[in-house]
Structure formats: structure tokens, C-alpha cells
Design a protein around this ligand. Structure first.
Ligand code: AMP
Ligand code: FE
Ligand code: FE
Ligand code: ZN
Length: 284
């Protein structure tokens, strides 16, 4: 059993974090973590670099991903742990997601470009090659151009869904997301299920449906979950024997979230490891 702080939700520059996977591992060492999961949006392409970087650190790497799903206009994020990254369904769905995110970001930039001096090249300059593109990269371009102070300000203004520039992207339903992760031998855990607003928010009735479909756990300790929401989730986790996690959702300098600010109990990580059949934790 792992002893020490466990953080199961982090992003590297493979998606919208600001640190390369190897640098993220170095930050995890500095933060004193015992185990860290790399959970980039819709991509596993940081796994190899993270594995290589963890050798000799004594940390345990839990390979994972944060899969984009949606219910109507609500964006629902599904964490998946220890699945087989070569699973054909998963590869197909994430390839489609990344591609659709690219075109959606382009459409948003075209709209924004009608009112601000910003173009697609400005956005690409903010993302590493092959990264899962999202509004954070558009935010970085807006910051670079002086239109916003930081990512948060860009999200509160030009990139807000009510701004008139917003576009959704295609995404599978959470039910399909759960099936894809499970078919790949992974454990699905619903990310920040009790946030305010429609960013990654889910009606309660949906949650029961997801539990019936094989949802493994819920991320309860997360800075964006409301206190009332956490209480409801704890009761639900008790009732349905769900795995309970807590994590930072670290994005490097892209968000104020710090590594280890919320953590997962070792017994809960054990449950994830015991249930997974797609890939193994990597002990550095
Ligand atoms: P997208 O999936 O492209 O619509 O963008 C949503 C992503 O932006 C999420 O994964 C968050 O990590 C990030 N995000 C949301 N709000 C903020 C914020 N206020 N500051 C920085 N990043 C944010
Ligand atoms: Fe993100
Ligand atoms: Fe998320
Ligand atoms: Zn996240």
C-alpha cells in the first residue's frame, strides 16, 4: 500500500497544463507526493514521458486520462485510470474528440478574430505539437495579446459560454464514456461532479444512471465542488459503495490549483488498482 499524499488528477502540456510531463513529475517530487496520476484531456500521449521521468523518484505513476463527455450543453468530465491505451474504441473516440476540439477552437478563434486582433496562428503558438486543444490555449493567446490578464480572466470574459464566441464540441455521452473506459480495462471516476454552473456539472438523476452503468467512483475533494454537493456525493458513495477520490486538477501555471491540495486515501487508490485490468501502476 502506498503511504504519503496521492494526487489523481493532473494535466501536462499534452493537453492544457503548462508543464511537459517530465516537468510535471519533477513538480510532483517537489510537492512531496507519493503517487500521481497523469490525466490529460482526451490523450494518453504523455504516459511514456511521465514513466521515463518517474524512474528513480520513488513515486508511483497512475496512468490516466480525463475524457470529455457531454449531456446536452453540460460538459461532463470522466476520469479513467489504468486502462489499455491501445484499446481500439478508446483510440477511435479520443482521436475524434481531439480532432473535433481542434475545429471547434478554430471556429471560436474565427469569431473572436472578427472583434479582436487574434488569429489561429496565435493560438497554435501557445500549444505544444499535437496537444489536445481547448479554450485554455485560446486564453493564452488572448493574454499574450493583452486582451486578458490571465486564463481565469479570459474564461470570465471572452471565452465564457455566454460571451457569444463560445462553441461546444462533439463528445460522447457519459454512459458511452464509462463503457469505453471499462472496455479498455480501466476504472471510470466522475471528475468534479458538483461544480457550480454548467462546466462539468451533472443533474443528480443522471448520476444514478451512471452508477448503474458501471461508474467506479466520484471525485469528491476538488476545489470546484460545492460543500453541499460534496455532502450529497458522500451519501451517494456510501449508498452505492463507490470509490471516493480527492485531487488537485493541477494545470501548472494555467490554474491556481496546487499539487496535493486535495488527496486520495491509499485504500481508495488500492480499490482502483484492484479493479483495473488494462494497465498497471508504474513504480519509479
Ligand atoms: P474546453 O474544454 O476547451 O471548453 O475548456 C475547458 C477547460 O478549461 C477545462 O479543462 C479547464 O481545465 C480549463 N478552465 C476552465 N476554467 C478555467 C479558468 N477559469 N482558468 C483556467 N482554466 C480554466
Ligand atoms: Fe483542463
Ligand atoms: Fe475537468
Ligand atoms: Zn482536469
Amino acid at each position: 500500500m502506498i503511504t504519503g499524499p496521492i494526487d489523481l488528477h493532473t494535466h501536462s502540456s499534452v493537453s492544457d497544463g503548462t508543464e511537459a510531463p517530465a516537468d510535471l513529475i519533477a513538480s510532483a517530487v517537489t510537492a512531496g507526493l507519493a503517487a500521481v496520476a497523469l490525466t490529460d484531456h482526451d490523450s494518453t500521449s504523455g504516459w511514456d514521458e511521465a514513466r521515463a521521468a518517474i524512474v528513480g523518484t520513488g513515486l508511483t505513476l497512475i496512468p490516466g486520462m480525463e475524457l470529455s463527455t457531454r449531456v446536452g450543453y453540460n460538459s461532463v468530465h470522466m476520469l479513467g485510470y489504468l486502462f489499455d491505451p491501445a484499446s481500439p474504441e478508446l483510440v477511435e473516440e479520443t482521436t475524434r474528440l481531439r480532432n473535433d476540439r481542434l475545429h471547434r477552437a478554430e471556429r471560436m478563434v474565427t469569431r473572436i478574430g472578427a472583434d479582436y486582433d487574434i488569429d489561429w496562428g496565435d493560438v497554435l503558438a501557445q500549444a505544444s505539437e499535437g496537444a489536445t486543444l481547448g479554450r485554455p490555449h485560446i486564453a493564452d493567446a488572448l493574454v499574450a495579446k493583452g486582451y486578458a490578464r490571465d486564463r481565469s480572466a479570459a474564461f470570465a470574459g471572452i471565452l465564457h459560454w455566454r460571451s457569444g464566441y463560445y462553441e461546444p464540441h462533439e463528445a460522447p455521452s457519459p454512459l458511452l464514456g464509462i463503457r469505453i473506459i471499462r472496455a479498455a480495462g480501466g476504472v471510470p471516476v466522475l471528475a468534479h461532479p458538483a461544480t457550480r454552473g454548467r462546466e462539468a456539472n451533472l443533474p443528480q438523476s443522471h448520476l444514478l444512471e451512471l452508477v448503474e452503468a458501471g461508474l467506479g467512483g466520484v471525485e469528491i475533494s476538488h476545489r470546484d465542488n460545492t460543500e453541499g454537493g460534496k455532502q450529497t456525493l458522500r451519501a451517494l458513495a456510501d449508498q452505492y459503495d463507490l470509490i471516493v477520490t480527492g485531487s488537485s486538477d493541477y494545470h501548472g501555471e494555467g490554474k491556481p490549483n496546487r499539487l496535493g491540495e486535495n488527496t486520495t486515501e491509499p485504500e481508495q487508490l488500492e480499490r482502483i488498482i484492484d479493479r483495473a485490468t488494462g494497465s498497471a501502476p508504474f513504480v519509479g
